[in-house]
Design a protein. Structure first.
Length: 311
C-alpha cells in the first residue's frame, strides 16, 4: 500500500503532459524587436500552450532561414523581402506568422554629412548586412534618383551598421532599423538621418516574419507558438513599462538607454494578430520584385505564405 501511495503521489506531481520542444532562430542578437517572443517565454505563455521554446540568436544574420529550410530548426525570424527571393532560389520556406508588421528598414546616412538625397550616393560606398534582400530594396530607392547598383560600391558590414557610418567606413547603410540605429547614433552624439524606404518607392511590407519549412512544419505547434506571442503582444501594449522591465530583466546587456529607447519606438509596430496576414501585401511585393528584375516570374500568394491556424 505504501508503494502504491508513493506512485500515486509521483503521478500527481508530474505535469499533465510533456511540453513540445521548439527551436526558434532569431534574425539578430536579442533586441526589442523580439519583445513578444521574450515576454511570451518569461510570462509562461509558451508553457501555457504546452511548448518549451529554445530561442537562438544567429552567428550569421543570413543563416537562420537556410537552417530552417534544412530542417535544423522549427522557425526562423526573417524578413518578408528576403523570403520572396529565397523561394525563387528554391528554398522550401513559407511565411507562417508576423512579428513586426511595418517596415523598420531605412537607408541611413549622417545627418550633417554630404548625403542630402539618395542621388548623392552615386560613386559612394554603401554597407549592408544581408545579401539579396538589401540589394533589392536599395536598387529601388536608388533607381528613383537615376542611380543604379552598379554606380555604388556595396560592402558587407555584418552587424556593424550604425558604427560603419559613424566611422566613415561607408557613406550609408541599407538595412539599418529606424528604431535602433537612429537611437544608437543620437546617443553617441553623431545623429543619423533615415530615408524611409516605403516613402522612396518600395511597397510597404512585414519587416519581421516567422518562416518554416512547409514540408516538415508542425502546424499545430506553430499555431500554439503564435497564440502565445499574440498574448504577449497584448500584454506589452497594455503594460509597456512592466513589459520593458520583464524584457530587459533577462540580460544586463539590454539594460541601457539604447534598448529602452528602441523598446518605446517598437511598441506600435508589433503585429497584433501574428497569425493573420494581408494577401495583397505579399502579392504587391512579389510584383515589385518582378518589375525590378529581381525575380523572373511571379508566384501566387499560396506559394509564399500559409495559414497554420486553418490546418
Amino acid at each position: 500500500m505504501k508503494k502504491l501511495m508513493t506512485a500515486i503521489a509521483l503521478l500527481a506531481a508530474a505535469p499533465a503532459w510533456a511540453e513540445d520542444k521548439m527551436t526558434v532562430l532569431l534574425d539578430w542578437f536579442i533586441n526589442p524587436d523580439h519583445g513578444p517572443i521574450i515576454v511570451a517565454k518569461e510570462n509562461g505563455y509558451f508553457a501555457e500552450q504546452g511548448l518549451e521554446v529554445e530561442i537562438v540568436p544567429p552567428a550569421d544574420p543570413s543563416a537562420p532561414p537556410r537552417l530552417v529550410a534544412a530542417g535544423q530548426a522549427d522557425l526562423a525570424v526573417s524578413y518578408q523581402p528576403q523570403l520572396h527571393l529565397q523561394i525563387h532560389e528554391g528554398l522550401p520556406l513559407k511565411r507562417v506568422g508576423t512579428l513586426v508588421a511595418t517596415p523598420l528598414n531605412c537607408l541611413l546616412v549622417m545627418k550633417d554629412g554630404p548625403i542630402k538625397t539618395p542621388a548623392d550616393l552615386k560613386g559612394k560606398k554603401i554597407g549592408f548586412s544581408v545579401a539579396g534582400v538589401e540589394e533589392a530594396v536599395l536598387g529601388a530607392v536608388l533607381g528613383k534618383y537615376d542611380v543604379s547598383l552598379s554606380d555604388v560600391e556595396l560592402i558587407n558590414v555584418n552587424f556593424s551598421l550604425g558604427p560603419s557610418v559613424m566611422s566613415g567606413q561607408v557613406d550609408a547603410v541599407i538595412g539599418a532599423y529606424r528604431n535602433f540605429e537612429l537611437n544608437q547614433m543620437d546617443i553617441e552624439g553623431r545623429p543619423g538621418k533615415c530615408f524611409y524606404i516605403e516613402e522612396e518607392g518600395v511597397p510597404s511590407y512585414d519587416e519581421l516574419i516567422y518562416v518554416a519549412n512547409p514540408d516538415t512544419a508542425d502546424a499545430d505547434k506553430i499555431a500554439r507558438f503564435l497564440a502565445a506571442t499574440e498574448k504577449a503582444t497584448q500584454y506589452i501594449v497594455n503594460n509597456p513599462e512592466k513589459s520593458w522591465e520583464i524584457f530587459s530583466g533577462t540580460s544586463p546587456e539590454l539594460q541601457d538607454e539604447l534598448n529602452a529607447r528602441a523598446w518605446t519606438d517598437t511598441l506600435t509596430r508589433f503585429a497584433l494578430r501574428p497569425a493573420g496576414f494581408d494577401a495583397g501585401r505579399y502579392s504587391r511585393f512579389e510584383q515589385f520584385l518582378f518589375d525590378s528584375g529581381m525575380i523572373d516570374s511571379v508566384n501566387p500568394v499560396s506559394d509564399i505564405t500559409i495559414d497554420v491556424t486553418a490546418q
